[in-house]
Design a protein around this ligand. Structure first.
Ligand SMILES: C[S@@+](CC[C@H](N)C(=O)[O-])C[C@H]1O[C@@H](n2cnc3c(N)ncnc32)[C@H](O)[C@@H]1O
Ligand SMILES: [Zn+2]
Length: 323
């Protein structure tokens, strides 16, 4: 697996608070700036072998919870058998575009030598990321806010503890809705990307709340593109159309009526065919009622203007069209 060892990343790690270099002494990391609160021993807790490179004074993360739970996810995750997961994927096909989009991302990487790819919020891997984990020409770096074998360190996307220009690509799937300030996270992605580096993001548009108190924002396809305004567009589009988002609504309606998540799941399985209606919906209509959207772009120093984003709109409601 091309996931780098933690020690291989040491040269790129910086303090999440003051952005100074880190020093490693006896396998402990500290900030090199003497007047930074992270320069003292134990300032970055270590959970098992995962350093926790978080500035707890500004993060939604709580140090005492992190230590008490040994950096396990505070949101319940996984637990499903492989068979159940395969059945769920067959019925609901959560995302059929990610694999192709990540192949495209790889084609946009510089061709000379190895490329460094950062996965933000990569604790669970992510849809279509097999192509990244199987590619021996990539060096993968990944972090999340909890400890998993697919990450090298724990960090908060609002303050990425990596040096400026240290990676060639960033992948961020289904994470921006879970951060308090998506624009700050995108600014951090821009900062850690090398000139010409590429980003691939997927974010929900019409989806109900998931991950409980850790769910804050949704984006239209235009809003998502504007969030990445300091990037040149390579590709963008939707993930799941009106049928897919209706299936989410059916699930959450049944959950509400029967006060039961299981009832939602069963009802969703009965109505799995609703998702197939996506195939009948022309793209402009689907954009206005999509389940999620994606953006693939190249880091730029120019940002698109507010008027450009109005021209950018790809939906069915253009002026003069009453449909
Ligand atoms: C819906 S899951 C998506 C997981 C995975 N990327 C995928 O596509 O399957 C959201 C992920 O975002 C992570 N996350 C939430 N807040 C974060 C933050 N502030 N910084 C980095 N990751 C965060 C969660 O821990 C979780 O792994
Ligand atoms: Zn510092």
């Amino acid at each position: 697996m091309p996931l780098l060892q933690l020690k291989q990343i040491y040269p790129f790690l910086i303090c999440p608070r003051c952005k100074s270099n880190l020093v490693a002494s006896r396998s402990e990391l500290r900030c090199a700036r003497a007047d930074c609160i992270h320069s003292t021993a134990g300032a970055f807790p270590q959970v098992d072998h995962w350093p926790v490179l978080v500035d707890f004074t500004t993060s939604v993360l709580d140090l005492s919870v992190m230590v008490a739970t040994q950096a396990q996810s505070v949101v319940p995750r996984g637990g499903r058998s492989r068979r159940l997961e395969a059945l769920k994927n067959a019925l609901f096909a959560p995302n059929s575009v990610a694999g192709d989009n990540l192949e495209r991302l790889k084609r946009e990487l510089p061709r000379n030598g190895r490329s460094q790819v950062l996965i933000v919020g990569g604790g669970g891997g992510g849809n279509g990321t097999k192509t990244l984990f199987a590619d021996e020409n990539l060096d993968l770096i990944a972090f999340d806010i909890y400890a998993t074998p697919l990450t090298q360190f724990i960090a908060d996307g609002h303050q990425i503890p990596l040096a400026d220009g240290s990676v060639d690509a960033v992948v961020i799937q289904a994470v921006l809705e879970h951060v308090l300030d998506p624009a700050q996270v995108v600014a951090e992605i821009h900062r850690v990307l090398a000139p010409g580096g590429v980003v691939y993001a997927e974010t929900p548009f019409l989806q109900q709340v998931h991950e409980g108190p850790y769910d804050f924002t949704r984006f239209t396809e235009s809003g998502h593109r504007y969030l990445f305004r300091k990037f040149t567009l390579l590709d963008s589009g939707i993930i799941g159309g009106p049928g897919t988002q209706l299936l989410w609504s059916i699930d959450y309606l049944a959950r509400s009526l029967f006060r039961s998540r299981l009832a939602g799941g069963v009802t969703k399985a009965l109505f799995f065919w609703v998702r197939l209606l996506d195939r009948l919906c022309p793209y402009p209509y689907a954009v206005d009622s999509a389940s999620g959207c994606y953006f693939l772009g190249r880091r730029s120093d120019r940002e698109i203007s507010p008027r450009e984003i109005i021209k950018y709109y790809r939906g069915a409601q253009i002026s003069g069209n009453s449909n």
